[in-house]
Design a protein around this ligand. Sequence first.
Ligand SMILES: *Cc1c(COP(=O)(O)O)cnc(C)c1O
Length: 371
Amino acid sequence: MDIYTVREEFMLKFLDLYKINERYRKEIDTRIKEVLDSGWYLLGNQDKTFEQDFANYCGVKHCIGCANGLDALTLIIRALGFKQGDEIIVPANTYIASILAISENGCTPVLVEPDIKTYNINPDLIEEKITEKTKAIMVVHLYGQAVKMEKIWALAKKYNLKIIEDSAQAHGAIYQGKRTGNLGDASGFSFYPGKNLGCLGDGGCVTTNDDELALKIRALANYGSHKKYCNLYKGINSRLDEIQAAVLDVKLKYLDEDNEKRCQISKYYRENIKNDKIILPNTYDEKAHVWHVFAVRTKDRDEFQEYLKNNDIQTLIHYPTPPHKQEAYKEWNHLSYPITEEIHKTIISIPISPVMTEEEVKKVVEVINEY
Ligand SMILES: *Cc1c(COP(=O)(O)O)cnc(C)c1O
């Protein structure tokens, strides 16, 4: 019952966060010193600069920093003004945060099975779930792959629904020439340290092209206030620190480079891992996937994980238990989403990161091919 992860030492780590950030230590040090010297630690120039730079990167009008990815999604739903009983369609195969953001607002999450090829929500299964109460579709660009939006855009138009993106795993992925964060009405990002763009603690943001929504979200995240001591809404306190914004602004410059390295490793894995027991991930478009994780499937997942561990390769499972089987959603435990459950039973993520060396990548391939 310990939420603090025990640090296990592996020769080949799943993700070496020290190495990731060490590459930019000089720049990060300079920017953190700037914050310290400024005497201004919240909602200042660093926030403003990063928000502008990230909005430009995503190709959107607005970026609003907040405390984490869950808050970003929660704030979007809150700002859209949905009420108790309103339904929001969401993939059954996702990290629980996507769904918690809906519940937190008193809305009803309506789960939809994924496409086994992409692991993302299956657009063909959405329409049958739309009712009078449906207000929005939340898409999750899982593992770093942008959801194929074409059919979802058409459904949103036909039924007058909002589209919310959960882009927490897909900073920089491109669908039909547009980046995630610019594929719906509003998008939530997380800057948790292990994400493709991560800070040195918690952080998140919302991106949108909607002026009014942007204004409302900015107020909601700041006690419901646009102006000091003038409260329009019953808001929350969810801000991105100046220090985190400064760090993110440094790392944003290297995001495309880092994503490119992930893509190269993914390509190498997909071309060189040859083992009948392992199902490799794929993508419908190389630009659409930024490989936040490289998740393979195998029948005896636990045995495979143990085998890799014995070869000093660290793996993680994204995720071991689907949201509808969690104690937190007891009311759903009896439901069956067979594709989601199959994925959760067989999935395992092998190391992929911009700081992996060529030898490390080759070793992973060799070890897996010998399994
Ligand atoms: C990480 C993540 C979140 C939540 O982000 P936090 O910053 O940890 O709150 C939401 N959705 C998905 C898909 C994620 O991977």
